[in-house]
Ligand binder design. Structure first.
Ligand SMILES: NC(=O)CC(=O)C(=O)O
Length: 308
């Protein structure tokens, strides 16, 4: 497939059917008992919808522990319709008429395991599926060593989707470290990028805040991160950082959690994206004669249509 440079999108992103709405970030504790995790997530999403949220975001790997050894036993076949976790989210989305960015769960497909996020619309249907593109590999001797690629297969397709609450790009945790993915979403008209995540103590303190603000400011859009809650008594070596947040296009923290269980609700006003991009038209000022973002998956230049 030919690599094509991306032409700048217009100053204002596409219209959403509502421009001001509440988003809820469900920072959930996770146990080895899947049914308990599903029941907790159901109650939390339901409460968020009752509190007025029209978009609800869940954490990376919320239905089982984030442990490379045990993840495969929790895998669910989403395409085959054998996914109790996604069925539960579909049921609430349609009953409450909300959009859900369903965190991520281990997805079994064709003998492989993916770290997968489903976006579910108010009709209960899956509107987009994002399989984590950049698998987390870290080796800091004496501190943390983890290789997601021993367990997961990487996804192949960035996911951006039109919803009732705007055009949303999806990344999962380590995907946030790759600014090109966020730039690609911006170039395709995203209002918001959601990163269900599970940062740990080693990387979280230093980088969590910095990276989510950077992706928001670079691209003049909203960023949501949603993490599991920390369990200080967990036997796992992987201690969760927490601090799920909603960041505005100027890098401002609109809402944020600590490290314990919480449902954080913040307001997104999409109209400010246009104002900020008019005030400071970064995209018009970029030096395309010196550098360019290339969309290697697209055949024709200037096609900024939504991929989902
Ligand atoms: N789950 C992850 O991808 C973790 C990560 O990126 C981190 O820094 O922690």
């Amino acid at each position: 497939m030919a690599a094509v440079p991306i032409s700048p999108s217009s100053l204002s992103p596409p219209q959403a059917s509502i421009s001001k709405y509440k988003v809820a970030l469900c920072q959930l504790p996770v146990s080895p008992r899947k049914e308990e995790n599903i029941a907790r997530a159901r109650a939390s999403v339901d409460a968020a919808a009752a509190a007025g949220a029209t978009l609800v975001v869940l954490p990376e790997i919320w239905n089982c522990p984030y442990s490379m050894e045990t993840l495969p036993i929790y895998g669910e076949d989403i395409d085959g319709g054998a996914s109790p976790s996604i069925s539960m989210l579909s049921e609430i989305a349609s009953r409450r008429k909300i959009t859900i960015v369903g965190g991520s769960i281990p997805e079994k497909s064709s003998g492989q395991l993916f770290n997968t996020c489903c976006v579910i619309g108010p009709d209960g249907q899956i509107k987009a599926k994002h399989r984590k593109l950049h698998l987390f590999e870290i080796d800091i001797p004496g501190n943390i060593t983890l290789r997601e690629s021993d367990t997961f297969t990487a996804g192949q397709e960035p996911a951006i989707v039109d919803t009732d609450v705007g055009r949303i790009g999806i990344g999962i945790c380590h995907d946030i470290r790759f600014p090109e993915l966020a730039m690609l979403y911006r170039s395709r008209g995203a209002h918001l990028i959601c990163y269900p995540s599970a940062f740990n103590m080693s990387t979280g303190q230093l980088l969590w805040d910095l990276m989510q603000k950077s992706r928001a400011v670079d691209n003049q859009l909203f960023v949501v991160t949603c993490s599991p809650a920390r369990d200080p008594d967990a036997e796992s070596d992987y201690m969760i950082w927490g601090h799920s947040s909603l960041i505005g296009p100027l890098g401002e923290v609109i809402a944020t959690a600590g490290h314990e269980e919480a449902t954080v609700i913040g307001e997104i006003d999409l109209s400010i994206i246009r104002t900020i991009r008019e005030n400071l038209p970064l995209e018009m000022q970029s030096r395309d004669d010196l550098y360019q973002l290339v969309d290697v998956r697209r055949e024709s230049a200037g096609d900024n249509a939504c991929a989902a």
